[in-house]
Design a protein around this ligand. Structure first.
Ligand code: AMP
Length: 215
């Protein structure tokens, strides 16, 4: 089974949800750069302060900030038992840097999984996306609604939306994805590690497809 993985896909493709599920099942590390950055923003760290202005407009945070962050993880033992990089790389320079880091540390990338979802489905999904700030559970209208309107099933906390899930920002995130992130697909195709998964089914269907792909 392949355990050194990169997850690619437009915003709203469900790669974060799949990453959480797979990391739990295989007991491997899950590194979401989006989550790391949102935490940094919440804590008001230097990284967070720099990243916030890009994130709120749906733009990418400058490469060097992300590369430094990932480099420290690759060099540590944190990824030794396998990993999912969720949201990194997002530009060709990030992908090239990652390859160098892997080569230097004797790590091999076994698959880059691309979650395919049409644009209109992305907009629909993200405009219905809510999450619990306490336990991070996610909900979606109308496919996965909480039992009580606006309240988390697990801990009763009031549900929130991500500020960058607002429709105009979502449209920009999609444009940014096409311009800056999609070229990575060719990079990984040439490296012979790209695997495409149709990600418009239910989370469970997509998960089964994912398990088949990684063997
Ligand atoms: P995500 O949760 O993966 O959708 O990421 C949320 C936001 O964090 C993105 O819209 C970017 O502003 C920023 N971000 C996350 N990962 C990266 C990355 N690898 N490179 C640049 N910006 C990133």
């Amino acid at each position: 089974m392949k355990k050194n993985l990169v997850f690619l896909g437009p915003p709203g493709s469900g790669k974060g949800t799949q990453a959480v599920k797979l990391a739990q099942k295989l007991n491997i590390a899950h590194l979401s750069t989006g989550d790391i950055l949102r935490n940094a923003v919440k804590e008001g760290t230097r990284l967070g302060k720099e990243a916030e202005r890009y994130m709120k407009n749906g733009e990418l945070v400058p490469d060097h900030l992300l590369i430094d962050l990932i480099e420290s993880k690759v060099a540590s033992s944190e990824l030794n038992d396998g990993f999912i990089l969720d949201g990194f790389p997002r530009t060709v320079p990030q992908a090239k840097n990652l390859k160098e880091m892997f080569d230097k540390n004797g790590v091999s990338l076994e698959a880059a999984i691309l979650f395919q979802v049409a644009d209109n489905e992305v907009v629909k999904r993200l405009s219905g996306r809510w999450f619990c700030p306490k336990c991070q559970a996610t909900y979606n209208y109308p496919t996965n609604v909480p039992r009580r309107e606006g309240v988390c099933d697990h801990d009763g906390a009031e549900l929130q939306r991500r500020p960058d899930d607002e429709e105009s920002v979502v449209r920009n995130r999609l444009e940014v994805y096409k311009k800056q992130t999609q070229p990575i697909e060719d990079f990984y195709r040439e490296e012979s590690v790209l695997t495409e998964i149709k990600a418009e089914g239910s989370p469970e269907e997509v998960f089964q497809a994912l398990l088949r792909e990684i063997g």
